[in-house]
Design a protein around this ligand. Structure first.
Ligand code: ADP
Length: 328
């Protein structure tokens, strides 16, 4: 059976980008057709300035939202990265295979490090090495597929390179995984700045739709989305990124196609109105289930406990064999 692994960082409140780019597919497709593991990658949240209590709270909130979005613990494994030591054990071995040059070439590193420096802060070493830990997350489970949004494709490519290099040097140990991306909404953009992605770690609230935003807040954010001074609704990601982003979101929410949807609209106002309603409808069942699950914190903890046990049992043999292969 195909093995699928993917993760989500508890660095902020989860967004529509996380949902359309990744979570929805995990629940609707991946957990049903594969042996799937979904990890709240809390160690990755430590790569930037953070408040310990907030990380803990956001980890539980992300777990609850994953379950609310339809992940079923009977069908897949949901767990916290920090509960399973195999991730950091393997990460060190992979650091001995990776080079500093390839780490410095990672786009997310360049962007996030530049942002930290602009704020006058220092860049944590873990921000540089984070893609290696992510490679360990994936390779420890022998994942064949990693369902992600566009922004993570480069990290999965790095994971492939490290797996191939390790296998060539030390003998076959790792499955070489591949990234799978959604057909639409692989990169949901910020509604106020459609040239940058809608990321939960950003502070610019008005351009980001959070999964727990009330319907009226969603409507307001979508109606105020930045478009351009044109009038015709056209799907042109380069020339008219704001309109294209709305068409992508609408298509992802309604199961349509962004190009054909463009032909249906003759004003930005109507496009925004329908997009807002489509987003509200997509979020409604997730929010209802989330409210129910918030009343059952013990259930959420139990899911994480069982998930960690299953994950540990699955990762340990591969990580042990990597230690043997490398000479330890
Ligand atoms: P974030 O950038 O919000 O911190 P994560 O690194 O936790 O996101 O990513 C969780 C998943 O959500 C990944 O598969 C990532 O590719 C996907 N994702 C994040 N932001 C977006 C977006 N704006 N559009 C599409 N997918 C996204």
């Amino acid at each position: 059976m195909t093995r699928v692994f993917s993760g989500i960082k508890p660095t902020g409140h989860l967004t529509l980008g996380n949902y359309l780019g990744a979570m929805r597919r995990w629940a609707e497709v991946d957990q049903h057709r594969s042996d799937a593991l979904f990890c709240i990658v809390d160690l990755h949240a430590l790569t930037v300035d953070h408040d310990p209590a907030r990380v803990r709270r956001l980890s539980r909130q992300a777990t609850t939202l994953l379950l609310a979005s339809g992940l079923e613990p009977e069908l897949c494994t949901v767990f916290l990265q920090s509960h399973v030591d195999e991730h950091t054990r393997l990460s060190y071995l992979l650091e001995c295979v990776a080079t500093d040059g390839e780490m410095r070439r990672m786009i997310q590193y360049k962007e996030k490090a530049a942002r930290e420096r602009l704020r006058g802060g220092s860049v944590r070493l873990s921000l540089l090495t984070y893609p290696v830990l992510m490679a360990a997350d994936i390779l420890a489970y022998g994942a064949d597929e990693v369902p992600v949004g566009d922004d993570q494709v480069q990290h999965v490519e790095l994971t492939r390179d490290l797996a191939v290099r390790f296998n060539q040097r030390y003998g076959h140990t790792f499955t070489v995984p591949r990234a799978t991306r959604p057909e639409v909404a692989a990169r949901v953009m910020n509604l106020q700045d459609p040239t940058s992605k809608m990321g939960k770690s950003d502070d610019s609230g008005p351009g980001i739709v959070y999964l727990l935003d009330e319907p009226d807040v969603v409507r307001k954010k979508v109606m105020r989305a930045v478009t351009d001074s044109g009038r015709d609704v056209e799907y042109d990601r380069e020339g008219r990124p704001g309109v294209a982003n709305l068409l992508d979101i609408l298509a992802a929410c309604t199961g349509g196609n962004p190009e054909s949807l463009a032909a249906v609209y003759d004003s930005y106002g109507a496009l925004k109105k329908d997009t807002a309603e489509a987003v509200v409808e997509v979020l409604r069942p997730v929010q209802t289930r989330h409210r129910e699950l918030c009343a059952e914190p013990a259930y959420v903890e139990e899911v994480l406990r069982i998930g960690a046990e299953k994950a540990r049992a699955s990762a340990r043999p591969t990580v042990d064999s990597a230690y043997r292969a490398i000479g330890l």
